[in-house]
Ligand binder design. Structure first.
Ligand code: SF4
Ligand code: SF4
Length: 345
């Protein structure tokens, strides 16, 4: 099913979706765009390149309270925080970010230990993927095409959206998407010409280049295995790194977290918070020993996790080439350049 609307009337579609559940879409903020729950349909703005922080926070929030309790009282009196899951529409997700959900599913639901927080939110959400604009050159930091991800790949979305002039084409990709589009009275039927345009754009998206070197999973995994003990290589590529962790916080495929207790005046909360392997004390053990005291060891961990260990253990590279880490890094460290350098080493 292919439907369409005029981009100038996008707020009508937003309002209809808001009537069915939470609408989470890129919102313009002072520093750039970020995914937020929409409170006013007019906030929806499709004139963005990509968000600063990835959409993973829709399923895996930066902080999440699990349990509330009172110190000194029996643990049985602690109250689990209700999950309060409602239908959600994640609107305007770029193809590389849609791909990241597949990778994150491996960790949160695919390895035997199921994370109900991630799983329930994923099940309750419909993904509206959104093609990159093929008439605009890719941001210099992006490299999704080198990992085999097209600029207009609809796979993984429930509904996939492509801009055509002043119109927005919406195609149902899954049965969930079919049902949703059939219920949207603000949408009109697309023409055969729209259908051709949609298919041509998907094909053109596969030929659209971000950077030119192609990365293959198994050879790069082996390359990094061989380079593991090459301290000179790792010191060189991590020389400027400040261990600030910004690259991991914006990344759609970083999933490390810490669980901590916060107590104030006898009231306690157990909560999950994002953590990052780039932080100095990430591997600090209770004994005081820290196996990764050096910056190069931490950057090596981040790169090898994504481009070596993850491949050996699960198959895919744990990176989708969205370029956020490079854009966010205060000292311009570019993970793709490290991969490229490794391939040439
Ligand atoms: S490592 Fe960088 S390019 Fe790869 S998915 Fe994470 S933020 Fe995107
Ligand atoms: S953002 Fe840059 S400086 Fe900060 S930890 Fe990552 S690589 Fe290092």
């Amino acid at each position: 099913m292919l439907k369409k609307t005029s981009i100038s009337e996008i707020s009508d579609l937003a309002a209809q979706l808001m009537g069915k559940g939470a609408l989470i879409a890129p919102v313009r903020e002072e520093a750039g765009f970020n995914f937020r729950e929409i409170s006013d349909a007019k906030q929806v703005d499709l004139n963005f390149y990509n968000t600063i922080i990835s959409p993973k926070s829709a399923f895996f929030p930066q902080t999440e309270d699990f349990v509330r309790y009172q110190t000194g009282k029996d643990i049985l009196e602690a109250t689990p925080v209700e999950l309060n899951i409602k239908p959600a529409f994640l609107f305007g997700v770029r193809p590389c970010d849609v791909k990241s959900f597949e990778i994150m599913d491996i960790h949160f639901t695919g390895t035997g230990a199921v994370d109900p927080y991630w799983q329930k939110r994923r099940e309750a959400a419909a993904i509206f993927g959104y093609a990159f604009d093929l008439n605009t050159p890719a941001d210099g930091a992006d490299f999704y095409s080198t990992l085999g991800i097209g600029a207009a790949d609809p796979e993984g979305s429930d509904v996939f959206m492509i801009k055509k002039g002043d119109d927005l084409l919406l195609k149902a990709i899954t049965p969930k998407g079919e049902k949703l589009l059939a219920e949207m009275s603000v949408l009109s039927d697309a023409t055969p010409d729209d259908l051709n345009y949609f298919d041509d754009t998907v094909a053109a998206g596969r030929a659209f280049k971000t950077r030119f070197t192609c990365v293959e999973a198994k050879p790069i995994a082996k390359k990094f295995e061989d380079l593991f003990g090459n301290t000179e290589f790792w010191e060189k590529v991590s020389n400027a790194c400040l261990s600030c962790g910004a690259c991991t916080f914006v990344c759609p495929t970083c999933y490390c977290f810490d669980i901590c207790d916060e107590t104030l005046f006898g009231k306690g909360t157990r909560r999950r918070v994002w953590d990052a392997c780039m932080f100095t004390d990430f591997t600090l053990e209770a004994s005081g020993h820290n196996p990764r005291t050096k910056v190069y060891q931490r950057l090596r961990q981040k790169v090898c996790h994504k481009y070596s260990y993850h491949i050996r253990k699960y198959g895919p590279i744990s990176c989708v080439g969205c370029g956020r880490c490079t854009r966010a890094c205060p000292v311009n460290i570019d993970i793709f350049s490290i991969v490229d350098e490794a391939m040439k080493a």
